[in-house]
Design a binder for this molecule. Structure first.
Ligand SMILES: NC(=O)c1ccc[n+]([C@@H]2O[C@H](COP(=O)([O-])OP(=O)(O)OC[C@H]3O[C@@H](n4cnc5c(N)ncnc54)[C@H](OP(=O)(O)O)[C@@H]3O)[C@@H](O)[C@H]2O)c1
Length: 519
């Protein structure tokens, strides 16, 4: 076989280093990307490995890697292995803002941006795009909430992108289980806690990854025991998670009717319908939205109802607004219910996507709710016995070709909420994740490639009512509507089936309406 060109991110330690040694010893042209200086890694890497120094937490990392390939006359990439990863171990509210940002950027945003940058090299070789995630994506991960969110996000991205790139670049997800590397110490897991866990050697895991990639498996969990545990986490969620929450929940609950509710993205669509529901019930709703005019109109309309609506204009895409939002919430709180509803989308082939827009989407849909949640919990702005609600999407079950980054953020949010529900149970805070299907909003109209069946979409008021009922019942999971629930069940049990349907139902229409005609 001709020598392949393999690029491995995070190849300076652990699994990545083992992969680099493996590919180099097999005679492949191996490129390692790492943040350490060349002198530092000289001793570790095999002699013929090409080393590109790039800090993957920095926004310019994709351009640095691309410049390196140009400098070395590398046009074809046979395998791009997104392996670099970082994390943080501990209670979600104790994770610092900078650590949340680092985990999101290294584990999720940079792999997305780097994929975008290097796609032409992969296409030229009909290559393989590989994401190293983790088996935590199938498990509730209360001590690794942001890490699990980013790894689940990568999987959502990969699943949707696979449909887009079919026949051109193959997309693979490999999930290692606990592996004997320096990662655990780096993320703050004490050696005593680490000793109690079962670790596989990095070389063995690297061999498992390389085998899965060579066999062309779309999904692979490395190790038999890990496959069994993942299965339990995936199909046993309805038993496992309530048990874990029950174990942490305090005795003697003192619940009361919710009075103060926060809704993000409250000026329009589902957020406005939710605010309308609660204000009609005589509650006080604090709405946040970027659109000042719509916000003012919503305030005027809702303040004719029995309750009260207050409005803050804030752009969740701008990190500098987080302190303003947190300050407002601290002043107005504590709250009984906080609904993270704000979300934006941008539909079209990923290859042609404007990365700045995709980044904005990640900020609004994922970074903002993760930061705000940590603040709300740390400052106790969310009441004990209250509810935190996260609006994910049906795409979690069926993928979303043409909106791979959107799908990534929604998978990430769902995984975050799953882990958070375990630690939040200690204060009897219920965590609900909602997976809406197509809803009759301006948002859906703007982003759908075909609005002829708009009338069949769920009305926002109907969706809002079912969310309010699920919050009152302290449910953890809601797929609103029977049709959506059936689709979600299919996607959960037979993941490749809805992917095929989504190819025809969405992707082919997105392609037809692609003005560039390149997809
Ligand atoms: N170990 C496990 O139990 C386990 C389980 C499941 C999944 N995984 C996943 O497997 C992958 C490899 O993990 P590992 O256990 O081998 O961890 P590791 O030994 O810490 O290696 C991670 C690699 O990523 C690099 N990296 C981290 N932040 C970076 C940044 N900002 N810029 C550039 N490179 C950066 C590290 O660089 P430095 O050498 O400079 O630190 C290192 O080369 C990760 O994606 C991890 O999430 C690991």
């Amino acid at each position: 076989m001709a020598r392949r060109t393999v690029l491995i991110t995070g190849g300076t330690d652990g699994i990545g280093l083992a992969l680099a040694r493996l590919y180099a010893s097999a005679g492949e042209r191996t490129i390692v990307v790492g943040r350490r200086s060349a002198e530092e890694v000289l001793e570790r890497l095999p002699p013929r490995v090409l080393y590109c120094q790039a800090d993957l937490a920095r926004p310019d990392a994709p351009e640095v890697v691309e410049a390196f390939l140009v400098e070395h006359d590398i046009e074809h990439l046979d395998i791009l292995l997104h392996n670099a990863g970082t994390g943080w171990f501990g209670r979600p509210e104790e994770q610092s803002a900078s650590s949340i940002d680092e985990v999101i950027d290294v584990n999720l945003w940079t792999p997305i941006a780097l994929t975008h940058e290097l796609l032409p090299h992969l296409s030229a070789a009909k290559g393989k795009l590989v994401f190293v995630t983790s088996m935590v994506t199938e498990l509730p991960s209360p001590e690794f909430t942001v890490y699990a969110a980013t790894k689940a996000g990568l999987e959502g991205f990969a699943r949707s992108l696979r449909i887009e790139l079919q026949g051109e670049v193959s997309v693979h997800v490999v999930r290692p289980g606990a592996t004997r590397t320096g990662l655990h110490a780096k993320v703050g897991l004490t050696s005593e806690a680490a000793r109690r866990r079962v670790f596989a050697p990095a070389d063995e895991v690297a061999q498992g990854i390389a085998r899965a990639v060579d066999r062309g498996l779309p999904w692979a969990t490395i190790g038999m025991v890990n496959r069994l545990v993942s299965c339990l986490g995936r199909y046993g969620e309805d038993v496992l998670d309530p048990l874990l929450r029950f174990g942490r929940r305090p005795w003697g609950r003192s619940r009361r009717e919710p009075r103060k509710i926060v809704v993000t993205g409250a000026a329009d669509g589902i957020g406005r319908a939710l605010a309308h529901q609660y204000v009609s019930m005589g509650r006080v709703v604090f709405g946040i939205d970027v659109d000042a005019d719509k916000g003012a109109r919503t305030r005027a309309a809702l303040n004719k109802l029995p309750g009260h609506f207050e409005f803050l204009r804030a752009d969740l895409a701008a990190r500098e607004t987080y302190p303003t939002i947190a300050g407002w919430l601290e002043e107005k709180g504590p709250f009984d219910i906080v609904i993270h509803n704000a979300g934006i989308n941008d539909v079209g082939p990923f290859r042609d996507a404007d990365l700045a827009t995709q980044r904005r989407l990640l900020e609004v849909n994922l970074r903002a709710p993760l930061h705000l949640s940590a603040d709300l919990l740390a400052n106790e702005t969310i009441s004990a016995h209250g509810s935190l609600v996260y609006l994910s999407s049906l795409s979690r079950y069926v993928s979303y070709p043409g909106a791979a980054v959107y799908a990534a953020t929604k998978d990430a949010l769902a995984a975050y909420a799953r882990g958070l529900s375990i630690t939040a149970a200690e204060r009897d805070i219920a965590v609900l994740t909602v997976f809406p299907g197509p809803t009759r909003t301006e948002h859906a109209r703007r982003h759908s490639p075909d609005n002829r069946t708009e009338g069949k979409r769920m009305a926002p008021d109907e969706l809002a009512k079912s969310i309010v009922t699920a919050i009152s019942a302290r449910r953890s999971h809601l797929v609103p509507g029977l049709g959506n629930a059936a689709i979600a069940w299919l996607g959960h049990c037979f993941p490749s089936l809805p992917e095929r349907i989504m190819k025809r139902a969405i992707w082919e229409k997105v392609r037809e309406s692609d003005p560039t005609g390149r997809s």
